[in-house]
Design a protein around this ligand. Structure first.
Ligand code: GLA
Length: 444
């Protein structure tokens, strides 16, 4: 990855997704926050004020503005099944979501990703499911999922073909939206492959994206069915700046994969855009890889914790039907989920990072992130991106708190009253200590 930094903007080349700019200029993300603001009391935290204002105005004014008021939680077929997804897998996944306790922990959407389609539309131009893998049709599948108290999500593409080369929606937005509503779809992930930019002379690619996502949003609204709209243009055109008008979540990066390198590169790079997330409209750093086998349990705990700090959609991406207890325990940690789902809807941000390693010195790569929570507490993530264990110290003033404070360890599920001005924790290599820090009385 090549990283170029110039005045107020930091742009990255990501091989899987092209060119991504994380513009920090004059954004809510660049307002002073958290530890950077020194000893400001948390009650006056600027991001808390912003969230309150947002929830009382724009969100409620929209027809389906009450959708996804907390980051959507569910499961998506792509990370584990890719092109091998079937209706049977979806039905069994819905059953497993209920039986395993994931539904009780808050997971709701069962989303089928790319490749559910037949290679051709029917004679009237309607989308049809793959006749072999979805023989019973999508409507029956959606009904099966609804019967279990869950919601059903589907995938399409804004262009001529999906990324896996099945029919895209271009030229059929209204028709497809009506088809989805008729089938009982509750969530649409709308991808960005195979878009013929030449058909839009005079428009920049960003303007084309804006126009097409708006068009589909309007088509969804016209159906009268509340459908969560998930934009997936991989962060190419700074969607955090405009997609909140049209969508409930927008991908901020190219695709995740099941490695520490990719997961951590994505997760720890979200800081500059944190200020754009708000109730009903979320930055989406892509789906979870927890349980897919490419990372250690420690790394998966870090993945889950970081996504919760980012108020990210929590879309599990593993095989729920065959899930070891350790994976389930990570995915259903209620203390961590409560951070993600906190009703204030404020995305966490970094308040401290260790000095970058210099030539001849040992590497040192730790970060502290904080996320304001309803009721005045702060979620704190002490992250160690190095491979060796290390001690990380948090000063209470960094998060606008004073001793005595109540500190809950969200992976150990233990409370402790802290009477000194700081606390130190040993953090495993690639690990996290995740805390909720609040007033002393919370420990009673
Ligand atoms: C793109 C998306 C992925 C997935 C695939 C399916 O790469 O970013 O999340 O939907 O397409 O082809």
């Amino acid at each position: 990855m090549i990283r170029i930094t110039y005045r107020r903007a930091s742009c990255r080349f990501i091989l899987t997704a092209g060119f991504v700019c994380l513009l920090a200029a004059k954004s809510p993300a660049s307002t002073p926050r958290g530890g950077g603001a020194g000893k400001a009391r948390t009650a006056q935290h600027p991001s808390r004020r912003r969230a309150a204002a947002a929830s009382s105005t724009s969100v409620q004014a929209k027809p389906f503005g009450r959708l996804a008021l907390t980051p959507p939680m569910g499961w998506n077929s792509w990370n584990h099944f890719a092109g091998h997804v079937t209706a049977r897998v979806l039905r069994q996944t819905a059953d497993a979501m209920v039986a395993s306790g994931m539904k009780a922990a808050g997971y709701r959407y069962v989303v089928v990703d790319d490749t559910w389609l037949a290679h051709h539309r029917d004679a009237r131009g309607r989308l049809q499911p793959n006749p072999r893998r979805f023989a019973g049709g999508i409507q029956a599948l959606a009904a099966y999922i609804h019967k279990r108290g869950l919601k059903f999500g589907i995938y399409e593409d804004a262009g001529l073909q999906t990324c896996a080369k099945y029919p895209g929606s271009l030229g059929h937005y209204r028709q497809d939206a009506r088809t989805f509503a008729g089938w009982g779809v509750d969530y649409l992930k709308f991808d960005w492959c195979n878009v013929p930019f030449k058909r839009f002379p005079g428009l920049t690619p960003a303007q084309v994206a804006h126009r097409l996502y708006r068009r589909m949003h309007q088509a969804l609204l016209a159906t009268g069915r509340p459908i969560v709209f998930s934009l997936c243009e991989w962060g190419l055109y700074t969607p955090w700046r405009w997609a909140g008008e049209d969508g409930n979540l927008w991908r901020t990066t190219g695709d995740i994969n099941d490695t520490w390198a990719r997961m951590s590169a994505i997760g720890f790079h979200q800081n500059a855009i944190a200020g754009y997330a708000r109730a009903g409209h979320w930055n989406d750093p892509d789906m979870l890889e927890v349980g897919n086998g490419g990372m250690t349990p420690t790394e998966y705990r870090t993945h889950m914790s970081l996504w919760a700090m980012l108020a990210a959609p929590l879309m599990a991406g593993n095989d729920l039907r065959h899930m070891p207890a350790a994976t389930l325990q990570i995915l259903t940690n209620r203390d961590v989920i409560a951070v993600d789902q906190d009703r204030l809807g404020i995305e966490g941000h970094r308040i401290w990072r260790s000095a970058r390693p210099r030539k001849g010195q040992p590497a040192s790569d730790q970060e502290i992130w904080v996320k304001p929570l309803a009721g005045g507490s702060e979620a704190v993530g002490l992250f160690n991106r190095d491979t060796a264990p290390v001690t990380i110290r948090l000063h209470l003033w960094q998060i606008g708190m004073r001793a005595p404070a109540c500190v809950r360890d969200l992976w150990m599920h233990r409370n402790q009253v802290i009477r000194s001005a700081s606390l130190a924790r040993q953090v495993a290599g690639h690990g996290v200590v995740m805390l909720r820090v609040g007033p002393h009385a919370e420990c009673n």
